[in-house]
Design a protein around this ligand. Structure first.
Ligand code: SF4
Ligand code: SF4
Length: 347
């Protein structure tokens, strides 16, 4: 009982952990509603479960393509419009407030954090890879990001248009759902390995492999906000870098520019010396308090949803009958990745 209470305290105390929990529950509920919607659409009875809003947030690669298409054609994707809104929001808050999307919003980041905190609680510590392994491993996520960006950048606007209008893209969200509900043994093995590795190492997936986090880190590199340390009042206790989920050298820097800093504020929370550490915006003297940061992030998030909705850039244009028809064709040769058709056309 004491153990459960202690774990509960570690995982769910404080504004950031509570926001993470709420958003994690909303994400799971959205995924489950979509699962029910797909299940009904596969049958013949009328669909009573509505398509959940924002389910397109799970399609980041489609969102990257749609943004390129929007930049060159001026047209917003109408098939999965919320994916663009989510990506735009994630990049914006990462630019304004470090990589805060990762530590305040992302359900995968939240789950990872729960796993390493439980691991730390059970074993009394986490393990850090030696520097000679840590640095090359950290670059994996940038290679993955570079790979996706290369693929998207070499696609012409016309090719992207073909992709965005293809039946394949119209049910890309179902394919994403099947990634979890019809998991192959390889997928299950990889996911299990990531959970086990996260148990021993803080934020294993985020630190080494997440291309989305890599993109947000690059955005955060240009951010006007940084963790700042006052060396005159610092007592060199090292608690800040021990608390940092990315083991950043907060205790040695005056200004922390790291691409990895996720704006979690854990370093500030543990610092025993008053007014020594703070998240500051360049040019402003005052620090942003953790509660203010949470309020700011949530305000930007809810505003993004509100303005996307009222401007008609949120809901998918796929009707229930069309969705049902696409599902029936899903395993046919008519619904294949457009690159297959492009290759056939050129061969
Ligand atoms: S603990 Fe501090 S330095 Fe480390 S990620 Fe969080 S905010 Fe950034
Ligand atoms: S926790 Fe605060 S006092 Fe301790 S090393 Fe970090 S900045 Fe200095």
């Amino acid at each position: 009982m004491k153990t459960i209470l202690e774990i509960k305290h570690r995982l769910f105390t404080g504004i950031r952990n509570q926001i993470q929990l709420i958003l994690f529950v909303i994400t799971m509920a959205t995924g489950f509603q979509f699962y029910l919607y797909v299940l009904q659409a596969m049958g013949t009875n009328p669909i009573t479960v509505p398509r959940p809003e924002g389910v397109e947030g799970f399609l980041p690669i489609g969102a990257l393509m749609s943004w390129k298409y929007f930049i060159f054609s001026g047209q917003w994707d109408t098939v999965h419009p919320a994916s663009m809104a989510f990506l735009g929001f994630a990049i914006l808050i990462s630019f304004l407030l470090r990589k805060s999307f990762c530590s305040w919003f992302c359900p995968i980041g939240t789950f990872s954090e729960w796993v390493w905190k439980i691991g730390e609680f059970r074993r009394g510590k986490n393990y850090q890879l030696p520097v000679w392994l840590d640095i090359p491993f950290r670059s994996v996520k940038y290679f993955l990001l570079g790979f996706f960006i290369y693929i998207i950048f070499q696609m012409s606007v016309a090719d992207i248009e073909v992709f965005l209008r293809s039946p394949y893209y119209r049910i890309a969200d179902v394919k994403m759902l099947h990634f979890f509900t019809k998991m192959t043994s390889i997928t299950a093995f990889v996911l299990l390995a990531l959970v086990v590795l996260s148990f021993f190492t803080r934020n294993f997936w985020c630190r080494y492999a997440c291309p989305y986090g890599a993109l947000l880190g690059i955005s955060a590199f240009f951010s006007p906000s940084q963790i700042q340390r006052n060396p005159e009042t610092c007592i060199n206790c090292d608690r800040c870098n021990q608390a940092c989920p990315y083991h950043l050298p907060v205790n040695k820097k005056k200004l922390l520019y790291s691409l990895e800093c996720s704006g979690c504020m854990d370093c500030i929370h543990v610092c025993p010396s008053k007014n020594t550490l703070g998240l500051k915006i360049r040019g402003l003297k005052m620090s942003i308090h953790k509660v203010q940061l949470g309020f700011l992030i949530m305000t930007i998030f809810l505003s993004m949803i509100y303005f996307s909705k009222i401007s008609g850039h949120w809901e998918s244009n796929i009707s229930d009958p069309e969705f049902r028809m696409l599902l029936r064709m899903m395993d046919s040769s008519e619904i294949v990745h457009p690159s297959v058709n492009l290759k056939k056309g050129t061969s």
